[in-house]
Write a protein that binds this ligand. Structure first.
Ligand code: HEM
Length: 504
């Protein structure tokens, strides 16, 4: 199959299995989930190399898992591959940047998002979110230490990470002081409910319409109901922001502009309620789970590698003391190494092309679903020595990853394509720089305020950190991190660490 010449003597990327009308060959990984897809792709790549195809009904879905072809497609042929496949129903995603057709509307919305993120009062919001994060963890550590179940100071920090990251991005999106704590709680619950109802493969355009209708009709009804409640809540928040904006005009022109303000001020194109809600959904959805997941992987690595944790602490302290801002800080190297080994998204969002193109020995037909193996590229042994080893030093000066920058969008040379946790080229993640700032800032705070030790008592006696992956749209830790958390203090009980906000 797929061997016959398609165009200019090139053939479609190979696929191992026969294709049925309406269904394609997705039945070879049943039930159709990211886990079964990943296993099917592993077998296909092992048999046929880095470019393979599956079939979604009568449409090829092509997967690319090597960095040089990904670089050629996403950067050199950037405009050709900048398109997204059409969808007959995208729900809350209908009016987003990520789903927009590559063109002027996409450009307008993306520029607005980027300039908001570039100008956002990130430092102020980081300070209050970081304070909240530390405070909650201190209480959790104290409660665990005083626990009667003999569990010692074992803490599971994921929920606190989620809370802090959600609060941070909600303040940037809706404005500080507009969203009350209980509203924030309801919004978080609705996000969690909607995400749990999204069909994984559908998010990647890999589920034929026929299967979507047959298999997931009941789930859709629940999804629609949750989306309606989300719409109601977000329009209330937007209305509150609109009122506040009208009240402060002329009084406090310096008040920071949140994302909703920028959308309300977009003059070139009037945005309706549905569009505004959709864009706010995208902002929170794209930012929160990815960043929270990355934070948990990073802290798990630091619990596992105590020597790296101590080295990081020493580096932060000595840089603070000497005011050294020249070299790449070790915290950035730690974050990059964690993103290389544990990218929250193992695949990019689906891309497509607007014409038939040749890539390597194959042809990518116009309109195919095209995706890229983010995790495979970051762990490729032709790009990295000992790719499975967590070694942040590789990103320091002179190391094999010293030229790698996650936030350049892949346009500044082939080095950047040794890993693509944020994608690359035209559709690269516009939130990458802010995500890196948040991660570095939170990690610094967490490491300087606490010692993160392996849990040796209670439910996790004798166990190390379990790094098994739970594959999904976002790949999380299967067993959430549990750690023995010790507050670092001077002998007089005062705090050792005075916070300063990293980066921007
Ligand atoms: C650790 C955190 C994050 C990771 C790992 C991440 C990863 C990604 C990836 C892999 C893509 C797909 C790129 C492609 O299809 O080529 C993407 C797209 C996107 N991300 Fe992020 N992201 C993160 C944080 C954020 C944040 C903080 C925001 C905004 C506040 C954001 C907004 C977006 C948007 C709007 C897109 C679609 C861009 C387009 O289609 O033009 N992301 N992200």
């Amino acid at each position: 199959k797929n061997r016959k010449p398609y165009c200019n003597g090139n053939s479609l990327p190979p696929s191992s299995w026969p294709c049925l009308p309406l269904i394609g060959n997705q039945f070879h990984h049943y039930p159709p989930t990211i886990t079964s897809l990943t296993e099917a792709l592993r077998r296909l790549h092992a048999a046929h190399g880095p470019v393979v195809s599956l079939w979604v009904g009568s449409k090829p879905a092509i997967f690319i898992s090597c960095h040089d072809l990904a670089h050629r497609a996403l950067v050199h042929m950037g405009t050709t591959f900048a398109h997204r496949p059409a969808s007959w129903y995208s729900g809350l995603n209908s009016h987003c940047v990520n789903s927009a057709t590559y063109g002027s509307r996409w450009g307008l919305l993306r520029r607005n998002l980027c300039s908001h993120l570039g100008a956002a009062h990130v430092k102020d919001v980081l300070r209050s979110s970081g304070d909240r994060l530390i405070k909650i963890l201190e209480s959790a550590a104290a409660a665990a230490a005083a626990g009667e179940d003999g569990a010692g100071a074992v803490v599971a920090p994921l929920e606190t990470f989620r809370h802090a990251v959600f609060g941070f991005f909600a303040a940037l999106c809706f404005g500080q002081g507009v969203v009350e704590e209980d509203m924030l709680g309801r919004l978080r619950d609705l996000h969690a409910e909607i995400i749990s109802l999204i069909v994984e493969l559908d998010a990647f355009h890999l589920l034929p319409a026929f299967l979507q209708v047959v298999c997931y009709f009941p789930r859709w009804r629940k999804l629609l109901s949750a989306q309606k409640r989300h719409h109601l809540l977000v329009t209330t928040i937007i209305a509150a922001r609109r009122t506040r904006r009208e009240e402060v005009v002329g009084q406090d022109a310096a008040e920071p502009r949140c994302y909703v303000d920028t959308l309300l001020g977009l003059e070139l194109e009037e945005l309706g309620e549905d569009e505004m809600v959709s864009l706010c959904w995208e902002y929170m959805n794209a930012a929160v789970k990815t960043t929270t997941t990355a934070l948990q992987w990073i802290m798990a690595r630091l619990v596992l590698h105590q020597e790296i944790q101590q080295k990081l602490r020493n580096d932060i302290a000595s840089r603070r003391a000497s005011g050294d801002h020249q070299q790449r800080p070790f915290v950035e190297a730690v974050v990059l190494e964690a993103l290389r080994l544990h990218p929250p998204a193992h695949y990019l969002l689906a891309h497509t092309t607007d014409k038939d193109v040749s890539l390597g020995k194959h042809v990518i037909p116009r309109g195919s679903v095209v995706n890229f193996g983010v995790a495979t590229i970051g762990r490729d042994e032709t790009s990295w020595t000992d790719p499975g080893v967590f070694r942040p030093e590789r990103f320091m000066e002179g190391g094999e990853g010293s030229g790698v920058h996650c936030t350049s969008g892949g346009s500044s040379g082939s080095e950047t394509m040794k890993m693509i946790p944020f994608g690359a080229g035209r559709r690269a993640c516009p939130g990458a720089a802010v995500a890196m700032t948040v991660l570095q800032s939170f990690v610094e705070d967490l490491v300087m305020r606490f010692e993160w030790k392996r849990a040796t008592t209670g439910a996790v006696v004798g166990e190390s950190v379990d790094m098994t992956e739970k594959l999904g749209i976002i790949t999380e830790m299967k067993v959430p991190l549990q750690t023995h958390l010790v507050v670092r203090q001077n002998s007089d009980g005062s705090h050792i660490y005075k916070r300063t906000i990293y980066g921007r």
